[in-house]
Design a protein. Structure first.
Lengths: 229, 115
């Protein structure tokens, strides 16, 4: 006799394992008083140049470090090491995004309490990283002026998963006839009230405002951790 | 394209649930999928079939319920649908609405277990 299948309610998040790890990482960052900032964008939007500039400018006043994800090569880690900050490359092989477990493994042997800022550069990809929480306090999505103002409309999910948008390569804006108003309009359409910075890692234009924002976020998250103790 | 790894996670989850309930197999996996989950339905269905091969879930069906984006509209003070994923504005009054109540789901909601 064939019995009717039994319907059971489950209600479980498919990415629960990743989410549990990400929550644990977030808690570790909080306890250690380090602000974890991740970067997502398409390949070639200037993540590494932007991060190198960020590390170099923060290095004199803060203890900074970075993890950088790529499918292959350690080129980015070598570039970022020029900033004098500790940098570790995460090679993902064929995986198109970082997951919380990769971050956790990469942090092995690092004393987070010796850091003020930890940057995590994701694999260049505007699709897959949006599904994975890495435990970061702040996710930046980068959009370079050479990419086209409608990127947010084409990839709304990644913009929605991020906290802050950064328009990069602003020094090229005129040459490529970048329509800044349209870009900002599109960012706000997919992520209302999103904070937007526009800067150039090459000329340094706009970097001060962005760094001040990072510093204020660090102070704020430390204050929250202090009250939570 | 990370749907294959998502499909494998779904299979693992369903398998563990079935085992813990002493069921010999799973006929149907019910999944709730939000447009902001970052997962594409068609790609997931395609990957699921491949990922099921040579597992206890081979031959099972993945039934996807698409959950629309719902936001808390600050003007209407009510949960509302949005105009589109490209325009997160209240579908009723047009106010831009950053507070998302639903739309990021990637949740196994139920299983139909073989007896």
């Amino acid at each position: 006799m064939i019995q009717e299948p039994r319907l059971v309610e489950v209600r479980k998040n498919v990415l629960k394992r990743n989410d549990v790890l990400a929550r644990a990482l977030r808690e570790r960052f909080r306890e250690a008083g380090v602000l974890a900032v991740s970067l997502v964008s398409s390949p070639g939007s200037g993540k590494t140049a932007f991060l190198e500039k960020t590390l170099t400018l923060l290095h004199s006043r803060y203890r900074v470090a970075a993890l950088v994800g790529d499918l292959a090569t350690e080129n980015d880690a070598a570039r970022l090491a020029r900033s004098q900050a500790p940098v570790k490359q995460i090679i993902t092989g064929t995986v198109c995004h970082l997951e919380a477990t990769m971050v956790q493994n990469a942090l092995e042997g690092w004393d987070l309490r010796s850091l003020d800022f930890l940057f995590i550069e994701n694999v260049g990809n505007l699709v897959c990283p949006s599904s994975y929480d890495l435990g970061e306090d702040l996710r930046l999505v980068l959009l370079s002026v050479t990419e086209g103002e409608d990127k947010p409309l084409k990839y709304p999910t990644i913009f929605n998963s991020a906290d802050v948008a950064v328009i990069t390569k602003s020094d090229l804006a005129t040459a490529v006839e970048f329509d800044e108003a349209a870009a900002r309009r599109n960012i706000l359409a997919v992520r209302p009230a999103m904070q937007v910075f526009k800067l150039s890692a090459k000329t340094g234009d706009g970097m001060t405002e962005y760094l001040e924002f990072l510093e204020s976020r660090r102070i704020r998250s430390r204050a929250v951790a202090e009250i939570g103790k | 394209m990370h749907e294959l790894s998502i499909a494998m996670s779904i299979i693992d989850l369903a398998r563990e649930e079935a085992e813990s309930r002493g069921a010999p197999g799973v006929d149907v996996v019910h999944l709730k999928l939000g447009p902001l989950s970052g997962v594409v339905k068609e790609a997931l269905l395609f990957s699921y079939e491949i990922a099921c091969q040579l597992t206890p879930l081979e031959g099972s069906t993945l039934l996807i319920e698409e959950a629309p984006i719902i936001v808390n509209c600050p003007t209407c003070q009510e949960p509302r649908h949005v105009q589109s994923v490209q325009s997160l504005c209240c579908a009723e009054c047009g106010t831009p609405t950053p507070e998302i109540l639903q739309g990021r789901e990637l949740v196994v909601t139920a299983l139909e277990l073989r007896q």
